[in-house]
Design a binder for this molecule. Sequence first.
Ligand code: OXD
Ligand code: MN
Length: 593
Amino acid sequence: MEKMTANKSVLSWINEKIDLVKPEKVVWIDGSKEQVEALRAEACATGEMIKLNQELLPDCYLHRTAVNDVARVEARTFICAPSKEEAGPTNNWMDPAEAYKMLYDIAKDSYKGRTMYVIPYSMGPVGSKFSKIGIELTDSIYVVLNMSIMTRVGTKVLEALGDSNDWVRGLHCKCDIDEEKRYICQFPQDNTIISVNSGYGGNVLLGKKCFALRIASYQGKNEGWQAEHMLILGLQKPNGEIKYICAAFPSACGKTNLAMLIPPEGYYKKGYRVWCVGDDISWIRKGEDGRLYAINPENGFFGVAPGTNEKSNPNALASTKKGTIFTNVALNLDNNTVWWEGLDKNPPENAIEWKGSKWNGKTSEEKGAHPNSRFTAPAVNCPCISSEFENPQGVPISAFVFGGRRAKLAPLVYQSRSWNHGVFVGSIMASETTAAAAGAVGVVRRDPMAMLPFCGYNMADYWQHWIDIGAGLDPEKAPKIFNVNWFRKDDDGNFMWPGFGDNLRVLDWIIDRCEGKVDAVETPIGFVPNADDINLEGLEGEVSKAQLEEILSVDKALWKTEVEGIGEFYAKFDRLPATLKAEYETLKKNIEG
Ligand code: OXD
Ligand code: MN
């Protein structure tokens, strides 16, 4: 096929990679429906994908990955910066020269007899000042089709690139899906990503975590903007005004659910709505009016399937009804549709489980879907997608929200005293492990700004970047910073807050605080709501005022232990910003005082 650009930096890089991996042919992805259709047909012919019931699930397909290749692999993910210090104490580091050599040895000749697909893609609306371009080379049709949902792809992207050299290089080689030789390497200084021996989403859809977070966080530091692991939602008040919130949570905290929340009935009737701009990643920069604006660089949702249902997240479920690729879910043979744990209480009896064997959901002890099985769904399918989703200027941010899963420690919500205190609150984010992840339950895992596996440079420098961004903002215009915890438990281990749609009650308070409409109580950790200011209408019999007071309380003894944990974590960072050290000392004093 004809080359789609005359850009010399693009052509010479692709030629080098062709010499390395030796494909049988090269196909450029043009973004056309016809090409997508032809690739779907080819993938079905080879068994790489299964066409689902086209009446119930039009343009939907199922894919199964190798059994050893079902999740991101943090232990095999590397930041290949010139020095270990630049990658920092929380990243795996490899010397760039050594990494290139090792990766090229693995990739050599690996496309023999295969096709190289060249995917030009834009993170962010094509042509927006926020957006960045990448080119991914891959030998997987599954990757092409997923990237065509998750990003904007094709000829228009190369037109926007013109003859610029400002684009991110991405090479993906499936090789033999050998776990021992699986590497996901980012070279931030070279705008380059190389991923070998995996076929699973987060490792191979290079626009997502590899580019939009790891590479982009580094670009943002150098160029004065931010790439964050944050959803973006618009909260519409009864007067029609919409205020935007960016929120960061570690995995298993309901991020996609919050991004697509449906207000409780009483609120809905009054006119409250939540609009989803993004469910995973935000790119943020200062606008001409001095406020911070955010875009979602992605074009689709790569969501976890298990637990998604009509009650937990009807908007996400609706998003998966057309043009969606399902990965590692169960196949219902009776009607050629899909099923996963938590979809409904009626598992299919005549089915194939995610590994490809016959499965009876009524009698089997085994799971039908892998716990990390996914749907890749176009964002436009979402019933609550924001009208600003394609806005090249982004949306103005009123609040940043951090959160985690803490059974006893953090109150339902608290507000930081200042921007720098807010950066501190983000830096001490942590979540207690759930049964969904391997390892012990209830262990505190520190995950600053939910960026632990995604920060492309030294985390301490990343915190300094946050501080610098705040220093460049008029405090009146800067987003206010909050922390939430939907997961407080009573002494019997029961959740004390209903969560899901009822989290709107907390978002409402957050926006009122941003607008100076409501008072708060100062505590050693920040500002906590007066219990009267969280509206419990409609929660009678579920959450009493006393219970609310309990989940808003700050237990100094527990925070004392927490301060020790923070101290141990901070001790890892030689380059800890003095501002954060000072915030830490303040917290310590407040708790002990
Ligand atoms: C994701 C993640 O898949 O954060 O979005 O792991
Ligand atoms: Mn994520």
